[in-house]
Ligand binder design. Structure first.
Ligand SMILES: [Zn+2]
Length: 260
């Protein structure tokens, strides 16, 4: 990440994160999100002047390398979302190591990849050191919206993983598609840094698919409007959008005093 730019900019406090994967896994197996939703999103973010972080599965990058290169050339951060989108909680340690290695090989051929988010936010605590060994310095696999979050965070505070910064997601992706009158007061109350969370497949029309209601409701037109509405909601409140690497660089500056 460009540290010269980081040192001049205030740290971001609103982080748009996007999980790039097949359509609504494991219920569907198409790629309309990547082929249609992702190009729309990259263009919309350029128009809004917002940089985000895209957690991509290795298999997505194998299948659509040009689309994933487009994320990097547009100035966004590339992150890892596993290789196959299998839950890490269902893997033994050897399989987890292989999954990280396979994804990292594909993604790092495209761009620097130092942030990680587990599929379904399912990542066993005992595997956290595997992330550091695989070259990751930030994990965003925790969901702050979960009821057990406070307890889980307390547990983790007692057992930090050296070399790994944690940045929980603040919302589920379906929250962004709620009617603005319900969504906006709730979003405005979230503690900063706010970590917003969405998928390119929400930006294509899945309303006729036989999937869970909260996955299909509000896809395409509603979700596309929501992206712009939510960006403006935070910008109007002084929010500074950036990548997770920008945020981590800001945390590092707070810890190491500036001696100039
Ligand atoms: Zn996912």
């Amino acid at each position: 990440m460009p540290s010269e730019i980081d040192s001049r900019r205030p740290s971001p406090d609103v982080l748009l994160t996007v999980d790039v994967e097949p359509d609504c896994p494991p219920y569907l197996d198409g790629w309309r999100g990547v082929t249609k939703g992702l190009p729309w999103l990259i263009e919309a973010l350029e128009q809004e002047g917002v940089r985000g972080t895209f957690f991509v599965t290795g298999q997505t990058a194998e299948r659509y390398p040009d689309a994933i290169r487009g994320i990097v050339t547009a100035g966004h951060e590339l992150g890892c979302h596993g290789h196959t989108h299998k839950r890490f909680g269902a893997m033994g340690p050897e399989e987890a190591v292989r999954e990280l290695k396979d994804a990292s090989t594909v993604l790092r051929a495209i761009g620097p990849t130092t942030a990680f988010r587990a599929p379904n936010l399912d990542f066993p605590d005992e595997y956290l050191p595997l992330l550091v060994e695989a070259g990751y310095s930030l994990d965003s696999s925790e969901g702050a919206h979960r009821l057990d979050h406070l307890f889980r965070r307390a547990t983790r505070t007692m057992r930090p993983t050296p070399g790994l910064r944690r940045l929980p997601a603040s919302t589920t992706s379906s929250v962004l598609r709620l009617p603005a009158a319900l969504r906006d007061p709730w979003l405005a109350r979230l503690a900063r840094p706010v970590v917003l969370f969405m998928h390119p497949w929400e930006l294509v029309d899945l309303r006729g698919e036989n999937i869970r209601w909260d996955c299909r409701a509000g896809t395409e037109p509603r979700a596309r409007d929501a992206v712009r509405e939510v960006i403006r909601l935070f910008q109007d409140r002084g929010g500074r959008f950036g990548t997770v690497a920008d945020w981590a660089a800001g945390m590092d500056r707070e810890i190491v005093p500036d001696l100039h």
